[in-house]
Design a protein around this ligand. Sequence first.
Ligand SMILES: *Cc1c(COP(=O)(O)O)cnc(C)c1O
Length: 378
Amino acid sequence: MDVPSITVPQADPGAAYRAQQDAIDAAVGRVLASGWYILGGEGAAFEREYAAWMEQKRAIGCANGTDALMLILRGLGIGPGMTVATVSHTAVATVAAIEMVGATPLLLDIDPDTYTMDPDELVAVLEDPPPGLPPIRAVIPVHLYGHPCDLRPMVVACRAAGVAVIEDCAQAHGALLEGGRVGRFGDAAAFSLYPTKNLGALGDAGVLTTDDEALAERIAAIRQYGWKQRYLSDTVGVNSRLDEMQAAILRVRLPLLEAANARRRAIAAAYDAALAGGPIAAPSCRPGVEHVYHQYVVRSPDREALAARLRARGIATAVHYPAAVHQQLAYFGRIALGPAACAETELAAREVLSLPIYPELTDEQVETVCAALRAEAR
Ligand SMILES: *Cc1c(COP(=O)(O)O)cnc(C)c1O
């Protein structure tokens, strides 16, 4: 059988570079000529600009999104003998960061409509922690696919229990909850700047934000060997710095982010319309939130067949994620689950399918996808 060539890739970071090539080449050229390549003026300017955009006192650049989570946990003093609750339906990085600091993960189930942490289960485990686990000291809600979590009840419950809230915003730069950007509701927020994220570098990068100056100072030291002063480690740190070329590229892209998110929403609206009346439900969006569609995720009990029909029309898809974290070999059988036993999570892992959605999709590519979705709806 002939395999048709892909005309609509699932992601296309090269297209994003080509769209901004002159500005990015100029920014990289400026760094190359400067003779200063790590933690310099570009990084400091990006941190100021990102903090201002987030309306938070501080932003700290680092090597990647996993490290951003790890640095926040370290800065908050979370480590061995403490439990951190999060979800199993997430990038494995969320759980990896918890184990990087020696803490114990507890994985909760999701609300199947929004794929984000079930607030009722969180409230239940805070009131009645699972036996045999160290005390819960932090919670990491993940704004998965660009849809904000139902944070309000979670933050209220965590504050009452003296538990820190760390928002995993790796897929949700610019998403709005109650009119405010996600990342402003907890104690600190972690962002990946991986090339395909809503705000992406052209290599690895990450950033974290907080309104807590003392926490920011501790994290700034941990990021570079525990230094406050060069060559003098006051605390035990790591090396997780943001390089100047990535910072300069991110400064080109940050002012374009709102327009890029608006383009993602427009593409999502076109897909929603094409699916209307058919058997495949459009992704839901809780009232009062603004989704930024890092991924446009549909469900099908026969996902492989749906993916094959789309592929036959030149459309590539992906699965985020084919196995929940607790189902993966590295974690299987040794990670604590909440009372819901991640039942909705396991069902989602079998059914989710991510369609292509990124700002550089052409109108023609969007129409190719819409035509395929209309064919599914007939
Ligand atoms: C991408 C991602 C991360 C990790 O970011 P890296 O930059 O790849 O380390 C963490 N959490 C979520 C939800 C992600 O999507």
